[in-house]
Design a protein around this ligand. Structure first.
Ligand code: COA
Length: 167
């Protein structure tokens, strides 16, 4: 029998997470079948002005994984690949929902590879029922009083209600 060396495999899952959705959670759970540990990284996308503060976003993610030591959360303000290389992460996980995600993800992955060759990008598909959701579309629906229950964890739903003053 071939002997395989047991080392912990670590991946990072970066994003804005404004807020975390059931689609993100689905990707993290799928990632945990491939990696021993995942660090969910709240990173900066210069094209976005988040609704929730960094602390709120971190707290919302933390509340989803309180009992799971395989998931950690971190905040990163610099280059993502530098962070990944520093902590010896093997991979950057990204979710692919539709063909429309592909162009941007392809560009991001190739640029990340150019910057740091030791880290691979791994793409996972969320479950079919999460294919159409994004943080923006959920915020937009919630802002106008739409019911987004079932698309985000219960505590995130409450945070959205509070933010938009929906009763
Ligand atoms: N379920 C639901 N929504 C999903 C999803 C899933 N499985 N997968 C992606 N999405 C949504 C997100 O909610 C987000 O929606 P939004 O645009 O409405 O907010 C969108 O798809 C993708 O955004 P996100 O995953 O948050 O990533 P991002 O594009 O905002 O993040 C960074 C990009 C942060 C990873 C990138 O800017 C980065 O690496 N920044 C660090 C600085 C750096 O290294 N820059 C150089 C990069 S080459």
């Amino acid at each position: 029998m071939t002997k395989v060396q047991q080392t912990q495999s670590l991946a990072i899952y970066p994003g804005t997470f404004d807020p975390i959705t059931n689609g993100h959670i689905d990707i993290i759970n799928r990632g945990l079948t491939l990696f021993d540990k995942i660090i969910v990284v709240i990173a900066q996308n210069p094209g976005k002005e988040p609704l929730f503060s960094l602390e709120d976003r971190k707290e919302m993610i933390q509340s989803c994984f309180v009992d799971d030591k395989r998931v950690e959360i971190d905040l990163v303000s610099g280059l993502l690949v530098e962070y990944a290389a520093r902590i010896h992460a093997r991979a950057i996980i990204r979710g692919l929902r539709a063909v429309s995600d592909f162009d941007y993800e392809f560009q991001l992955a190739l640029m990340n590879r150019k910057l740091e060759r030791s880290v691979e990008s791994v793409f996972l598909m969320p479950g079919f029922r999460w294919i159409y959701i994004s943080s923006s579309i959920i915020k937009d629906a919630a802002r106008h009083g739409g019911d987004v229950q079932g698309l985000v964890p219960a505590h995130v739903f409450q945070m959205l209600r509070k933010k938009f003053n929906n009763r």
